[in-house]
Design a protein around this ligand. Structure first.
Ligand SMILES: Nc1ncnc2c1ncn2[C@@H]1O[C@H](COP(=O)(O)OP(=O)(O)OP(=O)(O)O)[C@@H](O)[C@H]1O
Ligand SMILES: [Mg+2]
Length: 255
């Protein structure tokens, strides 16, 4: 799906954040991106959807160099929920979710009946139907998060990138979101998700990518990656890894 070749990423005036990273991300998997604060997870995600340009190296999106695609071509294939969202002023929930259809309508034109139906069903999926006409600013943090995720669903892309989507969500919505991510995968989508809750990552992801100081440390299945040695080395925590009694996935219990 995405082939990353000797990628270097950084910000204007700052040093390299992602250093010489090469990685093959397969189609139709839930891929978890994990690593300590400041290791470059959000930076990598921004690079993968071309919100920031490579300093060097390249990324192939299904064999096409992303540098040669226009924004619309990318937006029809990749949707992204950034870690921090800025609510456009005066926007209602429905208007935000309608933005998800932008890559498909011409010149900010009117939405078709089919577009409106997709918007309605995205709001329904995130249980925000009743908030549709509320100003985004008047919503709680978790409700806003759900509105942004609904916008991503309305965009209906094959590849979905989510940067810490469970932040602000209560436990019930967290579980629902992780289940929704699995359901999207079953429908053929590919999901790349940054998560801090390692047990959630191990339970719901097919593959985990571990970053530290801007470098790829490991990539593999949760069983391969979630070891006591990795937790000590990458996160500097002492933990026991046991088997989750419900899901059967590796589960860490901190000492
Ligand atoms: N817009 C920016 N301009 C300059 N430096 C930045 C910018 N955004 C991030 N950085 C720097 O890049 C490094 C990696 O940040 P990044 O946000 O990718 O980390 P992260 O792994 O997502 O961390 P967290 O878990 O806290 O979200 C940090 O040192 C940060 O200070
Ligand atoms: Mg981040």
């Amino acid at each position: 799906m995405l082939s990353v070749n000797e990628l270097q990423l950084g910000y204007h005036g700052s040093q390299r954040i992602i250093k010489d990273l090469s990685l093959e991300l397969p189609e139709n998997k839930v891929i978890g991106l994990i690593g300590p604060n400041g290791c470059g997870k959000s930076t990598l995600l921004k690079g993968l959807c071309r919100l920031i340009q490579p300093q060097s190296g390249n990324i192939l999106l299904r064999q096409q160099n992303m540098a040669q695609l226009n924004n619309r071509q990318i937006a029809r294939q990749i949707s992204v929920l950034p870690q921090v969202q800025t609510n456009p002023e005066g926007l209602s929930v429905r208007q935000l979710v309608e933005y998800g259809r932008t890559p498909y309508v011409s010149h900010w034109g009117k939405l078709s009946a089919a577009d409106s139906q997709i918007v309605d069903s995205a709001m329904h999926e995130m249980a925000i139907d009743s908030l549709a006409d509320m100003p985004l600013d008047a919503l709680s943090g978790g409700q806003q998060q759900r509105a942004w995720i609904a916008m991503i669903l309305a965009q209906d892309t094959d590849i979905i990138m989510l940067d810490e989507p469970t932040t602000y969500l209560d436990i019930s919505y967290q579980i629902e979101l992780m289940r929704l991510i699995r359901a999207l995968k079953e429908k053929g989508k590919s999901i790349i998700v940054v998560l801090h809750d390692l047990n959630q990552a191990a339970r719901y992801c097919d593959l985990l990518v571990v970053l530290k100081s801007g470098e790829l440390q490991m990539m593999g299945t949760p069983c391969e990656v979630m070891t006591e040695a990795m937790l000590a080395e990458i996160f500097d925590v002492q933990a026991k890894v046991i088997t989750d009694p419900v899901a059967g996935s590796p589960m860490c219990v901190y000492l």
